[in-house]
Write a protein that binds this ligand. Sequence first.
Ligand SMILES: *Cc1c(COP(=O)(O)O)cnc(C)c1O
Length: 403
Amino acid sequence: MIWYPYQQMKTMKEPYKIVDAEGVYIYTEDQKLIDSVSSWWSVIHGYRNPKITEAIKNQADKFSHVMLGGLTHDPVQKLSAKLSEWLPGDLDYCFFSDSGSVAVEVALKMALQFYVNRGDMKRTKIMGLTHAYHGDTFKTMEAGDDEDYHFILEVYGENKNAIHIDTNIEALEEAFARYHNELNCFIVEPLLQGAGGMRMYDISFLKRARELCDQYDVLLIFDEVATGFGRTGYRFVSDVVLPDIIVLGKALTGGHIGHAATVANHKVYEGFYSDNPDKALMHGPTFMGNALACSAALASIELFEEGDYLARIKHIEEVTRECLEGFKDPRIKEIRIMGGCACIEVYDSSVLNGYQQFAYERGVFARPFLSYLYSMVPYIIEDDDLVKIYDTMKAWFTENSMP
Ligand SMILES: *Cc1c(COP(=O)(O)O)cnc(C)c1O
């Protein structure tokens, strides 16, 4: 019996069974669907990409996995060298793990221990954003502010280790003034808060955050698990404002196999580098640096570099604006567009009941949640498929009149 994610199993509708997938399409026995959400935002080059598939096959012919405890291998060495060179600034020190949540855990652990290693035991707090999502494990739930996890607060009481602020500069300055010597880090999903409702905010907020982190000696962490690899229109938001630690996941392997990385800058790495074994980072996921995953990630990054992806994403954004901007319905609260992401927020979440099946019948796979109807398309999508996704969204409103 499969226990499905984010589902009340008693009332869950049968999931669609996928029998094949290629390009932007996933196939059930009787329907061909455009995947408008790229399998949780990860399949940026589409399914069964030949280059990534070949890289995985070639590596599987050698070995699929050896642990990184006391061992190393070509794919992980090449990937860390590639990321060090490819990521901005001195984000050079790559710690691998098997999922985004774990990679965020690693970043949070790094931030806390960075100060402990200096003998500063007072910096116990994490600062994050309201509506933040950083993963489903316990510390990431604490750093995040997802309503689905507020039951945890009901059980454990007030969250003493994390504070959350809105994305406005006044709140940011106030929080730093008040908490700065208790904070070890400020963690954000830069520019685009995904699971918290595709909320978009301005780069000036991040620029000010960088200044304040420098002023008060607080580490700045960008959780780019969702925003990395072009989703916002930037390659990484870190290209514009440089964090101390960047977290990558989801699209790292082009969505072909799970893997993630926590990449620290020189300052953070130096905080652990010592003759004293107690100052080491005590972490080691069993499957970190998996050889198949590293090979897939290398191939995915090469595709990204060769394929002029930023121009593609810009084009996707333009087509999206043509299709959605100015579309009006009294049930719609706001339409938000950034890079390869679009979101229609409705006032009342019940308005979206039945949308998934409606889209299925029209050849689109969608997965609205709460009051958000959104797309996060694979970047290889052709214009007619992209337009079809938005036509389907608009048809839901124009064909279903107000009750
Ligand atoms: C999906 C996501 C995570 C968690 O990644 P998993 O691989 O699902 O553990 C963390 N942070 C952000 C911003 C995400 O979107």
